[in-house]
Design a protein around this ligand. Sequence first.
Ligand code: NAD
Length: 367
Amino acid sequence: MPNSYKIAVLAGDGIGPEVMAEALKVLRKIEASPGIKFEFNEQLVGGAAIDAVGQALPAETVAACAQSDAILFGSVGGPKWEKLPPNEQPERGALLPLRKHFGLFANLRPSICYPSLTHASPVKDSIIEGGFNVLCVRELTGGLYFGQPKFCKEIDGEMTAVDTMVYKKSEIERIAHVAFKAAQGRSKHVTSIDKANVLENGILWRATVEEIARQYPDVKLAHLYVDNAAMQLIKNPKGFDVVLCENLFGDILSDEMAMIAGSLGMLASASLGKPKGDGLYFGLFEPSGGTAPDIAGKGIANPIAQILSAALMLRFSLGLKKEAVTIEAAVRKVIDDGLRTGDIYSGAEGTRKVGTKEIGDAITERV
Ligand code: NAD
């Protein structure tokens, strides 16, 4: 009997369904290996769900996710739904409640710049020659975004805004474990980011990460203040392996890393919830970019971010590490073979511009 894995498939809007179709094609090829069976449960989400049933996250979709081993998410939103009240809009109405409902506390964003795609990066060739691969591990449910009190009101005759940064030790511990475990499967180096010279949160963050590090003697730990980290990541991205951040710092630095890597269409992400045991997590896996309304429906979107998100899902939620590596290698091979969607095409010799389906087929063939 093959191992059967249940996957909730939420393609969403814009290029979501186009790139999702390619990721499912790749997963079906993986399914050809003996012992693996995927049960895809495709559900409505975002603008598509608003149009069909009047809400961005129907109860049926949540129920399907709860019955699954992982959620493979496309992206949601677009001009059509921008005039709705903020809480009913696709992103706020679907993605944030999903994160909350499933307690997705860890955001992982690998920033990979392939050696043959360094032209897509705004950083000088002398710095990124040969490419790089940095994993940003961001705490997603604590810190300044959620701490109370949080308000903007008149105090002593003047409008005053207050946000509160709060971290409990246990919240730092669980995200640190995610970072150290991820590092064990990579180059075994964690750089923890804080502002321990100014913030109480930073002092607790640093001390807690050091404590957890003792459980991972094979992983090297370094600390950087966030302002210095922002500079070092541009100066020498190749010097980093896993970057561990609290919520606000991770929000900013992961975008900085995405920019340094080049195209949004290449970058996958994972949001992990409760550990399921065996080092696996329930999680939601999605491209870092959005619905790209400017190119939606034209068959030219880059499906690689979605395909690499599926690989992250195999690694972190399903325990199919070998198959994840197979998909990542197939992507690399297609890039090496010169196939490019428009977002990564430079006209360089030996390269060819192709559409969503063609690059998806090429990756599937090489799996
Ligand atoms: P975007 O990421 O959709 O697009 C920014 C630029 O990157 C565009 O030029 C787009 O064509 C390009 N791009 C993105 N993904 C690409 C891909 N796979 N292949 C080729 N090019 C790609 O960001 P935006 O324009 O700010 O947002 C558009 C919509 O997406 C908005 O409604 C926004 O709310 C939504 N959005 C959703 C998510 C999500 O679902 N997680 C994330 C970000 C934005």
